[in-house]
Each structure stands twice: as C-alpha cells, then as structure tokens.
Design a protein around this ligand. Structure first.
Ligand code: BTN
Length: 256
C-alpha cells in the first residue's frame, strides 16, 4: 500500500487555491481523461487527482503512457485558468517541476523533463471549455514521473528515473515536493504569462546549443525560446521559430 500524504499536500496548497481538493484513486483509465470528463460536465473546482495505476494512461501525440503502481508518479491537476495568452504554458510547468525536483533536471522543449539526456518525466496539458460563454477554460495538467528503473522498450530515448537522484525517492515524496510549486507556476502564468518563466526556462534548457532535427527534416542549432515559448532554431536558411513540430536531438558524435 502506498502512503500518500494527501492531507499534507492539501494543507500546503489549499491556502493559495480556494476550493482545492486532493483525490487518490487506486485505479483509473487516465487521470487526464477523468478530469477532462469532469470539466466537460462543469465540474471545475481545483483538484489534484493521483492514480496509483492508470489502465489507459496517455502521452502526447496519442501515444500511450505506461506505468506500474509505485514505479511512477501519475497525477493531473485540474483548475479553471484564464491567462491572456496560453503560449508557453507547458514550459512554465516544466520549469516548476524541474526546479522543485533537482538542479540536474532539464526541460526538453516542449513537454519533457530530462535527466542526463534521458526522459525522466512527461507533461500532457489539455483544456476544456465549461460550456458557459464567459467562463474561464479549465486546464488539466497531467504529469508522469518515473520513480524506479523503467524498461526502455518502445521508447525513442531510454528513460531516466528519480531514484538515480535520490535513492530513497518514492511517488508520495515527489508529489509533496512539486504540488505547491506547480500550482504557484500556474497562477504566475495566469497573471504574467510566459515572460515570467523565460529566463528560468533558459537556465534548464536541455537543447540549448545543440543540433536538433525537426520532424520535417530541417536541422539547426537550438537557441532557446522566444517570448511566446517557440523554440528558436538557427538553420542554414535563417532563424526558425518552431511552435508545434516534434524535435529530436541529433545523437552525440553525429554533429550534435
Ligand atoms: C508524454 O510524455 O507524452 C506525456 C506523458 C503524460 C503522462 C501523464 S500520467 C498522468 C496523466 N494522465 C495521463 O493519461 N497522462 C498524464
């Protein structure tokens, strides 16, 4: 049985987020899917939903996200949010998670956390309208963090796990560490946009100065991100601003 310090998490977050609740489920299809279902029927009070096991965990681009109970931390945070501009939100979330986990954790634009060039965690952000015209959208921030050693099968880069950094790490401890910084980052993003996070992103940018290959085959050197969070890539034909393309880093020894 996993001992989630749910009350302690609630006590740290509730003072800054009225109406906040923490829920832990032994099993759900996907914490993101569940909170999106709730948002669509108007249930938009702030909630942190943790699942010990997901039967249909989802990653970006329709990929599955697998994880065994205790081997990873899987949760979603849902709350109403009304930023003036949504661009750069995943990077702001990445900044909050990386800073609260460990100085060695880097952000791989646009949605991953890397440890020593291997994927430690993934972020899946979705939004849902509540139906009411003037009501804010509800954002669902899903986070999956590998806690214990994870097999590499089917992954494009071999994974990393949190116990490489803290040998006694477990999912409840990791959650207790990141919950408040994550909420504060969303609130900071809503008030100030990505500008408040750009410098902090650059301090953790896993791609900076590296040769990257875009999914359309274009190559160039990653040069940080613009004010809107777009990846800046210096290519033979000039500086490109990448907003949605998947980016892969060229392997070392092949020009990267
Ligand atoms: C990715 O790397 O593509 C994003 C992975 C996001 C996984 C988390 S686990 C908790 C939440 N529920 C999901 O179904 N997905 C996210």
């Amino acid at each position: 049985m996993i001992r989630w310090q749910a009350e302690a998490v609630w006590e740290t977050v509730a003072p800054v987020l009225p109406g906040f609740t923490v829920e832990v489920l032994p099993e759900v299809d996907s914490t993101n899917t569940e909170l999106m279902r709730r948002a669509r029927v108007g249930l938009i009070d702030p909630v942190l939903l943790v699942a010990e096991r997901q039967t249909a965990g989802r990653g970006r681009l329709g990929r599955p996200w697998a994880g065994e109970a205790g081997a990873s931390l899987t949760f979603s945070l849902g709350l109403p949010l009304a930023p003036a501009d949504w661009s750069g939100l995943s990077l702001a979330v990445g900044v909050a998670l990386a800073e609260s986990l460990h100085p060695d954790v880097r952000i791989k634009w646009p949605n991953d956390l890397w440890l020593h060039d291997r994927k430690l965690a993934g972020i899946l952000i979705e939004t849902a309208g509540t139906g009411a015209a003037a009501a804010p959208r509800c954002v669902v921030v899903g986070v999956g963090i590998n806690i214990t050693e994870r097999p590499a099968q089917g992954l494009s880069t071999p994974p990393a796990w949190l116990r490489e950094l803290w040998p006694d790490a477990d999912a409840p401890q990791a959650l207790a560490r990141i919950a408040l910084p994550l909420v504060q980052a969303l609130q900071g993003f809503e008030a100030q946009g990505f500008g408040a996070f750009r410098g902090r992103f650059h301090a953790r940018d896993a791609l900076a100065g590296r040769t990257v290959v875009l999914s359309d085959g274009l190559q160039g050197e990653a040069r940080g991100v613009g004010a809107d969070g777009a990846l800046l890539v210096h290519t033979a034909s000039g500086m490109k601003q990448v907003t949605s393309s998947e980016v892969s880093v060229r392997p070392l020894g092949a020009g990267g």
